[in-house]
Design a binder for this molecule. Structure first.
Ligand code: NAD
Ligand code: MG
Length: 396
C-alpha cells in the first residue's frame, strides 16, 4: 500500500491523479492534499478521498478551509502556508509525492520531498528547470527516486527500459510536440487567452496551455529531459507531431528508434509512475490503430516559435539561465492571461530578461530563489516597457 501526498490536487494533473487513485483503493491511500487558494475544490475532494491533512498555500484562506471542513463534518486537519506544503511533502506518513503545483511555486516542497527520500512523481517541470542539478542531487542524497509524469519523459523512460544511457548506446532523445493551436498560423497578432488555451489534443491548466501555444512548454521539456536523463542539449531533438499519438522516442546508435504510443491522456503516465515497475489500469482509452489514419511529422519553426530557441540557448548557458527563462516566462504568461501583454510579446519579455539578468550558477535553493525573484522583477519592467509601446504594437 502506497501512501500519497498530492501537491496541486485541485489542478488538471491533480484531477487525473485522483482518478487513477480511485481505481486502485487496494494499492494507494491519500495522506495529504494541497492547493493554492481554491478552498471549495479542496474541501470537495477531501469529502471524496478523506485525506488526513489538507493544505492551502494562501494563509489568508486557512479560517475558510477550517470552517468548510468542519461544516462538512470531515476529520481532515487543515494547514496553510509554505512550511506546511513542505511538511506534507516530507512527512513520515507518506512514501510518494505527486509534485503537480504549477510554476516555480512548487520548487521548495518538491526539493523537500526529494531530500526526504520519497518517490517523487514530477509533473512540476518548472521545478527542475529552476533547480537543475540541485534537484537531481537532492534525490540522490535522499535515496528516493524521481519518476516523470510529463508524457514525453514518461515515454522516454519507457523507451529506455533496459538500455544504458551511455553515449555509445543512445544517439538521441526525440521529444514530440503537437505544435499547439497556432502550428499553422503565420501571424500571432490579436490572439486571445481563450484561443491560446484551446489545445487541439490535451486539456490542461491555463499556464501550460499557453506554454504549449508558444512552444515554451517543449523548451521547458528539453531542459527537463536533459536533467532527468543526463543528455546535453545537442542530443535532444524536438519533432512536431500534430496527432499526439507518439509521446516521444529514443534513437539508438544502431539505427533503432523506440517509440511509446498511446491516446493523449495524462492518466497513462501518472499510472506508470505511481505503480512503476508494475503496470496498472489507468482508465485511458485504448489506441485504435484502424481509426488512427496518418501520423505526420515536421520540424519546429524556431523563427515563429522563438521561445523554443530561447530555451535551448538557456540550457546551454546553465541553471542560472534556465531559472531566469522560467521566471520571465511565468511573468509574461500571467500578463498575457490577464490581458496585459500581447501573445506575440511573450518571447520578447523573456529575451529582454535573459539579456538583462546575469547570475552565477546557483549553489543552493536559496540562490535559485534569488535568481527567480530578480528575473521576475526584470520581466515586470519589460512588461511596462511593452505597455508604453502599446499604440505602436496595436497599429502594426
Ligand atoms: P493547473 O493550473 O490545472 O493546477 C495547478 C495546481 O497548483 C492547482 O491545484 C493549484 O491550486 C496549485 N497551485 C497553484 N499555485 C500554487 C501555489 N503558489 N502554491 C501551492 N499550490 C499552487 O495546472 P496543471 O495543468 O495541473 O499543471 C501542473 C503542473 O504539471 C505544471 O507544472 C505543468 O507544467 C505540469 N504538467 C501538466 C500537464 C497537464 O496535462 N495538465 C502535463 C504535463 C505536465
Ligand atoms: Mg509534456
Amino acid at each position: 500500500m502506497r501512501s500519497i501526498t498530492l501537491l496541486g490536487a485541485t489542478g488538471s494533473i491533480g484531477a487525473s491523479t485522483l482518478d487513477v487513485l480511485a481505481r486502485h483503493p487496494d494499492r494507494f491511500s491519500l495522506y495529504a492534499v494541497a492547493a493554492g487558494s481554491s478552498v471549495d475544490a479542496l474541501v470537495r475532494l477531501c469529502g471524496r478521498f478523506r485525506p488526513r491533512v489538507a493544505v492551502i498555500a494562501d494563509e489568508a484562506r486557512l479560517p475558510a478551509l477550517r470552517q468548510a471542513l468542519a461544516t462538512a463534518g470531515l476529520p481532515t486537519t487543515a494547514r496553510a502556508g509554505a512550511a506546511a506544503l513542505s511538511e506534507i511533502a516530507c512527512a513520515a506518513e507518506c512514501d510518494t509525492v505527486v509534485a503537480a503545483i504549477v510554476g516555480a511555486a512548487g520548487l521548495v516542497p518538491t526539493i523537500a520531498a526529494a531530500r526526504a527520500g520519497k518517490r517523487v512523481l514530477l509533473a512540476n517541470k518548472e521545478a527542475v528547470v529552476c533547480a537543475g542539478r540541485l534537484l537531481i542531487e537532492a534525490v540522490r542524497a535522499g535515496g528516493g527516486e524521481l519518476l516523470p509524469v510529463d508524457s514525453e519523459h514518461s515515454a522516454v523512460h519507457q523507451c529506455l527500459a533496459g538500455a544504458r544511457l551511455a553515449e555509445r548506446d543512445v544517439r538521441k532523445l526525440i521529444l514530440t510536440a503537437s505544435g499547439g493551436p497556432f502550428r499553422t498560423r503565420s501571424d500571432f497578432a490579436g490572439i486571445t487567452p481563450e484561443q491560446a488555451c484551446a489545445h487541439p489534443n490535451w486539456v490542461m491548466g491555463r499556464k501550460i496551455s499557453v506554454d504549449s501555444a508558444t512552444l515554451m512548454n517543449k523548451g521547458l521539456e528539453v531542459i527537463e529531459a536533459s536533467w532527468l536523463f543526463g543528455f546535453a542539449a545537442g542530443r535532444i531533438e524536438v519533432v512536431v507531431h500534430p496527432q499526439s499519438v507518439i509521446h516521444s522516442m529514443v534513437e539508438f546508435v544502431d539505427g533503432s528508434v523506440v517509440a511509446q504510443l498511446g491516446t493523449p491522456d495524462m492518466r497513462t503516465p501518472i499510472a506508470y509512475a505511481l505503480s512503476y515497475p508494475e503496470r496498472i489500469e489507468s482508465g485511458s482509452a485504448t489506441l485504435d490503430f484502424t481509426r488512427l489514419g496518418a501520423l505526420s511529422f515536421e520540424a519546429p519553426d524556431l523563427r515563429r516559435f522563438r521561445c523554443l530557441a530561447l530555451a535551448y540557448e538557456a540550457l546551454e548557458g546553465g541553471t542560472a539561465r534556465t531559472a531566469t527563462l522560467n521566471a520571465a516566462n511565468e511573468i509574461a504568461v500571467e500578463a498575457f492571461l490577464g490581458g496585459r501583454l500581447p501573445f506575440a510579446d511573450i518571447a520578447r519579455v523573456i529575451e529582454e530578461t535573459l539579456q538583462t539578468v546575469h547570475a552565477n550558477e546557483p549553489e543552493s535553493i536559496d540562490e535559485v530563489l534569488e535568481i527567480d525573484a530578480r528575473a521576475r522583477r526584470t520581466a515586470a519592467q519589460s512588461l511596462q516597457r511593452g505597455r508604453s509601446a502599446a499604440p505602436r504594437i496595436a497599429g502594426r
